[in-house]
Ligand binder design. Structure first.
Ligand code: HH2
Length: 296
């Protein structure tokens, strides 16, 4: 049930990080489904860039995501859309930390994940009360990240990406995309484990849109079971992405909600339990119906 967002723990922010992290790990282990509401505190994100750049507006948006049924709010301070430029580390922290603080002051029971590949940003966000690290580089972006998440005892999302955001959409190519992404994720889970991250804190993500053609994205969604079979919770981040527009004709990211819902429902059917989305209510309602059908 997690879809209605009713985490019942109070005063979690006064507990040590390790215990907080372990609880978030239990949450992500399921049964789910769990929605991660997307909050980009950026000027250039492909869908909501500039909308929530002001910390007050961002914290209010986080509350809306929660009220619509997100169990986790995923806060990021750097866009990773194709062609995006990196943001200096200090600027990323300056964007993310006040939003995490403000949001958790208003909603201390909420789960925040921080979308960063930088250990210092992750650490500052964890200190401010975040409980999950979402690393699109799967611990390859910063040599200190693995030790940080191991020490914090917090869940970490390990995502597949071919290349880097600046250039990843320039003719990405695979022999067998499903096998290669699955093998990569298995290897990154092993790496995390060897660095001291508990298996129960590992979440895997095929990285929809990160160095993939529309065909690659569709193959990964269709054969998501190959990744689910690795035995870790799987997160799908297809929300409003371009390949959806390439099918439906929706040029504007905000017009890709219905297509996104299809990825969520079919992803859930194939065993994914975590969904990172902009449009929480639409995805929550679709999942509620999918769950009801499943258990009928
Ligand atoms: N996608 C984006 C960012 N972070 N994290 C995970 N785990 N999985 C994803 O698929 C994923 C992610 C890109 O989407 P968005 O945040 O909406 O845009 P931008 O990177 O332009 O801020």
């Amino acid at each position: 049930m997690a879809a209605n967002g009713t985490a019942s723990w109070t005063n979690v922010n006064r507990e040590p990080a390790v215990r907080r992290g372990a609880r978030a790990g239990n949450l992500l282990q399921g049964p789910g489904p769990v929605l991660f509401g997307i909050l980009n505190v950026t000027s250039d994100s492909f869908s909501d860039g500039g909308d929530f750049f002001d910390p007050e507006a961002a914290a209010r948006r986080a509350e809306v995501l929660l009220d619509e049924g997100a169990l986790v709010v995923d806060v990021g301070g750097e866009s990773t859309r194709p062609g995006s430029d990196r943001v200096p580390e200090e600027e990323e922290r300056r964007r993310v930390v006040p939003v995490v603080q403000k949001f958790l002051e208003a909603r201390p029971e909420a789960f925040v994940s921080v979308d960063t590949y930088r250990a210092r940003t992750a650490e500052a966000a964890l200190d401010a009360g975040a409980r999950i690290v979402n690393d699109v580089t799967a611990l390859r972006g910063d040599p200190r990240m693995a030790a940080l998440v191991a020490d914090a005892g917090c869940p970490v999302v390990l995502m597949h990406m071919l290349g880097e955001p600046k250039t990843m959409q320039r003719e990405p190519s695979y022999g067998d995309v499903v096998r290669e992404v699955r093998d990569f994720l298995a290897q990154r889970a092993d790496h995390a484990n060897a660095a001291g991250v508990d298996a129960e804190n590992v979440v895997l993500d095929p990285g929809i849109g990160f160095g993939k053609t529309p065909g690659h994205n569709l193959a990964l969604l269709r054969h998501l079971g190959a990744i689910v079979d690795l035995g870790f919770p799987v997160l799908v981040g297809a929300s409003r992405k371009k390949f959806i527009g390439s099918i439906t004709g929706a040029e504007e990211a905000k017009d890709r909600v219905f297509g996104t819902v299809a990825t969520t429902v079919l992803g859930y059917e194939r065993g994914a339990t975590l969904f990172r989305v902009h449009d929480v209510r639409a995805n929550r309602e679709a999942l509620a119906v999918a769950e009801a059908i499943r258990s009928a």
